[in-house]
Design a protein around this ligand. Structure first.
Ligand code: SF4
Length: 298
């Protein structure tokens, strides 16, 4: 396949993965537009120039190396251990993207082997992954999976030669400075302490009883919607905090409380402030917020 000099040359390499980020990427409604700006030297599923065996024989230069899945040093691709293959490709890449929470922090796979599985730069919160020495060229796109538009944003910024401002985990601030709580349609229920009664309803907040992690989780899920239409909390499912290094947390869908007060305060909110506001809000009953939004008879 002839190379197009105007397109970014991308290698997509997989560690230990469920393919979730590849599926997310392939489900981007704007995938066609993205593919006009990049071409794959290698992708595990899409048409590309080289097989993994080709990459192993002669490691090529690339504009962007995208790594999906968790890192384990002895894990092999095309007969080569990841401790050799990943640094070799990384040294020849101008930019590196850790795609998804496993590549970023270890994620779900780390649960099986906490000692030996990590992300490529971070091991949970610790910057002790195999590419820590070259982290300046790594962009973290955590999420289980990462939103395909987050990848498009980074690719567009790289194509345009623009600087990407990042947080302490090298996540783009433009995408991760927000909390999932920001933009959630249930904010008014949160403010007035009105619970959601069950999953899948349009009414109520999922924080007080169903363990919603939105007030602790950095991500733009309620700003850049999934499939352009929805998000977990908009569809009535609690946020599970999948963009954070601590993911996966235990006891999902449960809010730990102490004397009916959530044991973990929303990020940055002092307990005294929370209690003062919660006490006042709970003393009012807002009839509109206790009614069904659309179908009162279902
Ligand atoms: S459902 Fe979650 S994200 Fe939405 S307002 Fe309640 S706590 Fe915030």
């Amino acid at each position: 396949m002839p190379s197009n000099p105007a397109k970014l040359k991308v290698i997509w390499l997989q560690g230990i993965t469920c393919n979730g980020n590849t599926h997310s990427f392939l489900n981007d409604p704007a995938l066609g537009t993205l593919l006009e700006t990049i071409e794959f030297i290698h992708h595990p599923l899409l048409p590309c120039q080289k097989t993994l065996k080709d990459l192993v024989k002669k490691v090529p230069k690339s504009d962007v190396l995208i790594f999906e899945g968790a890192y384990s040093a002895p894990f092999e691709r095309a007969g080569v251990e990841m401790r050799t293959l990943l640094p070799a490709l990384a040294h020849k890449a101008k930019h590196i993207i850790s795609m998804g929470s496993c590549a970023s922090f270890g994620g779900i796979f780390k649960e099986n082997d906490p000692e030996h599985i990590s992300g490529i730069v971070f091991d949970k919160e610790n910057g002790s992954g195999p590419l820590k020495a070259m982290q300046e060229k790594v962009i973290t796109l955590s999420g289980c999976p990462a939103h395909p538009k987050w990848l498009s944003f980074v690719i567009d910024m790289i194509s345009a030669g623009r600087e990407i401002l990042v947080d302490e985990f090298r996540r783009p601030k433009e995408l991760y400075a927000y909390l999932v709580h920001n933009g959630c349609l249930r904010n008014e229920y949160f403010e007035w302490k009105v619970d959601s009664e069950r999953f899948g309803t349009k009414e109520g907040c999922l924080f007080y009883a169903q363990g919603c992690q939105g007030p602790y989780t950095h991500g733009s899920c309620n700003k850049i919607l999934w499939n352009d239409v929805s998000s977990k909390t908009r569809s009535g499912t609690p946020c599970v905090g999948c963009t954070e290094p601590a993911f996966p947390k235990r006891d999902l869908f449960t809010t730990k409380t102490y004397m009916s007060i959530p044991s973990e305060m929303p990020l940055g909110i002092p307990k005294r402030s929370y209690l003062a506001l919660a006490g006042a809000a709970k003393s009012f009953h807002i009839k509109r917020l206790e009614e069904r939004l659309i179908d009162d008879h279902a």
